[in-house]
Design a protein around this ligand. Structure first.
Ligand code: PLP
Length: 398
């Protein structure tokens, strides 16, 4: 596919979020483009024009559908990227990228702390099934990164801030080491979102977003995106992973995420502000043993985050309380405004404990191994969120 058209290039992010990929419906003049729930499209009379592996021609919705393509224009604009591929979930996007780039004998370097599916793909699947050499490092420690990225390394995958500990990795520094050794770099940007961080502008070759989270922002649809300026590789990903593996997004989900993304910059501005306020409050609260949020000066990644995150530090706080797993559960259940559920980046605040029996707990820095909670701040009034956290902490004697 050609570079994504962005008629609003150069405008502010809010303007682009509203107008890019949006158009009048030609048939009716409706000010919104329609939802096309069709899995097949009328073929041209002359079949010699049809390339059955193409994702340009609308033919069959697994090869590409209009709602997917309009969302791709929008997400590319949010990242200032040349191209975007939107797939069925964040994990489908990560898998599509790894599946296309890696083959037997290749070496991939990935972080100790990352989204669970990345851990599974590299710790258990790509290595055992396909003979890919997978090397886990503390990505926040550049000396360790330097030792792990040997010449011939194919890919270095970063996640920053990382899920669930909020560790911050220096994208530009890792890109430099990787590129000197001929390796490509992908960045999972879900925690930061493109409102705060644009990995391609920091030199990364690929960025990945779980659209399920902040970009959709309403907790009602699943989707993922790959962003890049390498148009040729993006077409390979479409062909190898979308058409032939089949991780295509439903037009309905693409339509919902498109709708949610229109208010993404506005929501993210509010979420940055509320999260900073709540992180500061938590840090001052007794019985809170630590607060990991890149916006706090106490955070080891704060100065770095100030450089690479432009508008704020995102909507997730990782914090600890001085108690056992059972009491942490009781605290989560006692919340009235905040919802006790997995996921993040919704309109409502979500809280999820990371119990001490989690199989990866030993990979996390020491302080995260007891009473650790991941908290995604929503769009409620921050005073109500703080009051809710306070009453629930008190209700379990904290
Ligand atoms: C949620 C998440 C994903 C996966 O997204 P899904 O849509 O759930 O597949 C990937 N990376 C990070 C950092 C996430 O938080």
């Amino acid at each position: 596919m050609a570079k994504k058209e962005n008629k609003y290039e150069g405008y502010g992010l809010a303007t682009q979020a509203i107008h890019t990929g949006t158009d009048y419906d030609e048939g009716t003049g409706a000010v919104r483009r329609p939802l096309h729930m069709a899995n097949s499209f009328k073929l041209p009379d002359d079949l010699s024009q049809v390339n059955y592996s193409s994702t340009d021609l609308l033919m069959y919705s697994r090869n590409g559908n209009p709602n997917q393509h309009w969302l791709e224009e929008k997400v590319a604009a949010l990242h200032g990227a040349g191209d975007a591929i939107v797939l069925a979930s964040g994990v489908a996007a990560l898998h599509a990228l790894f599946w296309t780039l890696l083959k037997t004998g290749d070496r991939v370097v990935y972080p100790k702390v990352s989204y669970m599916a990345v851990y599974r793909l590299f710790h258990e699947l790509f290595n055992r099934k396909f003979g890919v050499e997978t090397v886990m490092v503390d990505m926040t420690d550049l000396d360790e990164v330097r030792k792990a990225i040997t010449p011939g390394t194919r890919l270095v995958h970063i996640e920053t801030p990382d899920n669930p500990t909020n560790g911050v990795t220096d994208i530009e520094a890792v890109v430099k080491i990787a590129h000197e050794n001929g390796a490509l770099v992908s960045v999972d940007n879900t925690f930061a979102s493109p409102y705060n961080q644009k990995p391609l502008q920091l030199g990364a070759d690929f960025a990945v977003e779980a659209l399920t989270k902040f970009i959709n922002g309403h907790g009602d649809a699943q989707g993922g995106a790959i962003l890049s300026n390498d148009l040729e590789t993006m077409d390979r990903i479409r062909y190898e992973a979308q058409v032939n593996v089949g991780s295509v997004i439903s037009p309905f989900n693409a339509w919902q995420i498109f709708r949610g993304s229109v208010t993404f910059p506005l929501r993210m501005q509010r979420i940055n502000e509320s999260t900073q306020k709540i992180a500061e409050w938590l840090e001052s609260r007794e019985n809170v043993t630590f607060v990991s949020y890149p916006g706090l000066p106490s955070n080891p990644g704060h100065d770095l985050a100030k450089r690479q995150m432009k508008n704020g530090y995102g909507g997730v706080i990782s914090f600890g309380v001085n108690t056992d797993d059972k009491t942490v559960e009781r605290f989560c259940a006692a919340l009235k405004v905040v919802t006790f559920a997995v996921s993040l980046g919704h309109d409502e605040s979500l809280i999820f404990p990371q119990p001490s029996y989690d199989e990866r707990i030993d990979l996390y820095p020491e302080k995260f191994r007891k009473g650790f909670i991941r908290f995604s701040v929503g769009l409620e009034d921050p005073e109500d969120i703080i009051a809710d956290l306070d009453q629930a902490l008190k209700s379990v004697g904290l």
